[in-house]
Design a protein around this ligand. Structure first.
Ligand code: HPA
Length: 248
């Protein structure tokens, strides 16, 4: 049986219309997740929800306990994860407020606890990460978006930067040359840990600002929050469509 969890990012503190039926405070071998995991129903379909930045305390991207978050979800029987990521737009074709369902990523993060492999198994473990996102789950998201006439990009390369500062204009030019379409800070090691733990994982990126050097005004959290608030209903609609199609 498929059991879905949604990991919320900046501006997605709760799942719209989620009828909460339980809250799980969990301890994992890696410590506590960002927040108790909410269990609920969205339009009658069971779903779990975890805000990766915690709430009300805001955990910065480089200090999120990604290992505890994913371990906690798996221990609740979750086997599929849709991650919501706020991102800056690099490719001029992706406009503000647009959803991008990436098919690739480049990891520029460093110093994060990025694996559950502590070497104790005595065997080398190299997960295949050629396709960092689960193809079937991505296609289900794309189908749900198309079915509900939600404008979206069905592919794209997500750059994952260390943060918490935003990039320089030169860094964004380099990312563009690397082939990146959008840039965020929380996509890794979340995606590879999910793969290590055997969870199908896909990302929905929302473009909340033009990346550094590409817009007319300085990037601010207010700017990002405004777009996120305006477009929150679109993410809710996409998830409802996905749940109805795939999990009911
Ligand atoms: N850069 C990195 N992360 C982000 C951005 C950005 O421009 N916008 C939202 N998250």
């Amino acid at each position: 049986m498929k059991r879905l969890a949604v990991i919320g990012g900046t501006g997605v503190d709760e799942l719209e219309d989620l009828e909460i039926i339980d809250s799980h405070s969990l301890e994992t071998p890696f410590g506590e997740p960002s927040r108790p995991v909410q269990e609920g129903r969205l339009r009658g379909v069971p779903v779990f929800f975890l805000q990766r930045h915690g709430s009300p305390r805001a955990i910065p991207p480089h200090l999120i306990n990604y290992r505890a978050n994913l371990w906690a979800l798996r221990s609740l029987g979750v086997n599929e994860v849709v991650a919501i990521n706020a991102v800056g737009g690099i490719n001029p074709a992706v406009r503000m407020g647009r959803l991008v369902i990436p098919d690739q990523l480049i990891d520029y993060t460093w110093g994060r606890e990025h694996t559950i492999d502590d070497g104790s198994s005595g065997e080398l473990q190299h997960i295949d990460f050629t396709e960092p996102y689960d193809r079937e789950l991505r296609l289900a998201l794309i189908d749900a978006a198309a079915g509900d006439d939600i404008p979206h990009e069905a592919s794209g390369v997500q750059a994952v930067m260390q943060g918490p500062r935003l990039e320089t204009a030169a860094e964004i030019q380099r990312l563009a040359q690397d082939g990146c379409d959008v840039v965020g800070m929380t996509g890794m090691p979340e995606a590879s840990l999910a793969r290590e733990l055997g969870l199908a994982y896909a990302s929905v990126c929302m473009v909340v600002n033009p990346a550094a050097g590409l817009g007319d005004v300085p990037i601010s959290l207010e700017m990002m929050r405004e777009v996120l608030q305006r477009e929150a209903a679109v993410v809710g609609k996409l998830l409802s469509g996905l749940l109805a199609e795939r999990y009911s």
